[in-house]
Design a protein around this ligand. Sequence first.
Ligand code: SF4
Length: 371
Amino acid sequence: MKYLDEFRDPAAARALVRQIRDRATTRWTLMEVCGGQTHSIIRNGIDQLLDDVVEFIHGPGCPVCVTPLEMIDRALQIAGREEVIFCSFGDMLRVPGSHEDLFSVRARGGDVRVVYSPLDAVRIAADNPDKEVVFFGVGFETTAPANAMSVLHAQRLGLLNFSMLVSHVLVPPAMTAILSSPTNRVQAFLAAGHVCTVMGMSEYGPLVERYRVPIVVTGFEPLDLLEGVRQAVDLLESGTPALRNAYQRAVSPAGNGVAQEILADVFEVTDRQWRGIGMIPQSGWKLSRRYAQFDAEVRFGVGEVTVEESADCHAGEVLQGLLKPNECPAFGTLCTPRTPLGATMVSSEGACAAYYHFRRLSLDTTGAAHV
Ligand code: SF4
């Protein structure tokens, strides 16, 4: 298969592993930012292949995982209303709010629908003029352009019954928060390639300068990740804090200018809560004033809903690289994909789910989970 098989070639992977081993004189701590990268690393055993020279810690790059609990509760309140058709990508339906999830609302008769594009929600709004249609717009810079386009499309169609519950988050402020933390352990970042495809690389240069930390823009296939690691280890070994692009087939330094213009029009930067982490200033997008009429929080009066996180779930520590998923006391016992306590066990990009699905769990006779 062109464009995939060549990035999964075992011989090329072995060669890259050898190069990383030959270059490394110590065990370096790298954070891959994106949950898709986490799953690829764990699924392909890259962390085990390089265990003696690289420790991977898994960053807050899973959009489902960092969507704050209060935003899930706002979604639940809106979805439970009789006049509402609530549309979402499928992985949000099982994310637990403080008392239930969107599947529970659907089981009680709520009209909760899985869509594969925000434009599907716009079409549903056009087809159901007597209903309020709400799309749950979550994610990083990657999903935001399509969500912004759906708002523009609804405006062009003159749809008054379409709105969006927006919970967008931004990667560079989260990296800044991690690097600023007194508990930070990250020595180099593998930046999320698809975010840079949209936004370019300009936001990362100031981070390299300020924190003296190498950042390598990295893709998602095994060879992409190994090449990102190779470049990061090379920069660390030579003491060179620099920004590199190891995903040139998808990322240009300037990114996608058209998408950036649309994002700047439809959204404006705001403070945002991150699930398990807390408030990170200027770390999210909300609808700009020009598009306030499409803001579901305002339309349904749920903007003031706030809730406390469960003390049993340690996802915040997992998302900051302070705890490995299998070190959480609930991992694989109280918390499984069928009985999730936190979003990181639900999401297809969540670190806890990755450890659970890809053989990092065994149960001994006492029922305790361990690697
Ligand atoms: S294993 Fe479950 S309870 Fe523990 S951090 Fe992950 S999601 Fe939270």
